[in-house]
Write a protein of this length. Structure first.
Lengths: 117, 113
């Protein structure tokens, strides 16, 4: 079974530039999460999708971050314009539907490491 | 409010030593779930275990064991006879509904040969 795919793995940009990250979850996983992991910290939820609907985006800095999950499969996270403090690893995770044998396990991708100069 | 605290930022041990990673959590719910994840240098968090709040039995899986104590709100993780491959960052996490997950700040484990 293919895991959660993310790209690009690494991205370096100047502040005020824009960047987009892509995530393809495990097939059949209805729930998709984007987490931000700053060096030395635990993952912090940015946005959660259930199919193509947003469940929680309370922690998403909406003035610069946006995310979409068209067709309820893959997802894109965009930052525009980027700030120095956005330097982090952006992790995508997916899980089974709540009523579909969900064990609570999150399946993570390898992350996209962003450096903002 | 939900919170997970991993007070140990970094631990270094020599191979074959036993090591315990601490996790303390806060929640007002009576039903909740606790998790441990391993993050190797590749970056991908890997699920290790889930524990339900209504099951306080300790669990052992090979060299790994987990001690869940509701009285102290702790869910500690012990690696017996550590190996270099155990070097990683370990995260403890809490969820009340399999929907939202609260992660601790992680403990970096260095196992030296």
């Amino acid at each position: 079974e293919a895991g959660v795919a993310q790209s690009p793995r690494y991205k370096i940009i100047e502040k005020r530039q824009s960047v987009a990250f892509w995530c393809n979850p495990i097939s059949g996983h209805a729930t998709l999460y984007w987490y931000q992991q700053i060096l030395g910290q635990g993952p912090k939820l940015l946005i959660q999708f259930q199919n193509n609907g947003v469940v929680d985006d309370s922690q998403l800095p909406k003035d610069r971050f946006s995310a979409e999950r068209l067709k309820g499969v893959d997802s894109t996270l965009k930052i525009q314009p980027a700030k120095l403090e956005d330097s982090a690893v952006y992790l995508c995770a997916s899980s089974f539907p709540l009523r579909g044998g969900n064990t609570g396990e999150l399946f993570f991708g390898e992350g996209s490491r962003l450096t903002v100069l | 409010a939900q919170k997970v605290t991993q007070a140990q930022t970094e631990i270094s041990v020599v191979e074959k030593e036993d090591v315990t990673l601490d996790c303390v959590y806060e929640t007002r719910d009576t039903t909740y779930y606790l998790f441990w994840y391993k993050q190797p240098p590749s970056g991908e968090l890997v699920f290790l275990i889930r524990r339900n709040s209504f099951d306080e039995q300790n669990e052992i899986s090979g060299r790994y064991s987990w001690n869940f104590q509701k009285s102290t709100s702790s869910f500690n993780f012990t690696i017996t006879a550590s190996q270099v491959v155990d070097s990683a960052v370990y995260f403890c996490a809490l969820s009340e509904d399999f929907n939202k997950f609260y992660f601790g700040s992680g403990t970096k484990l260095n196992v030296k040969p």
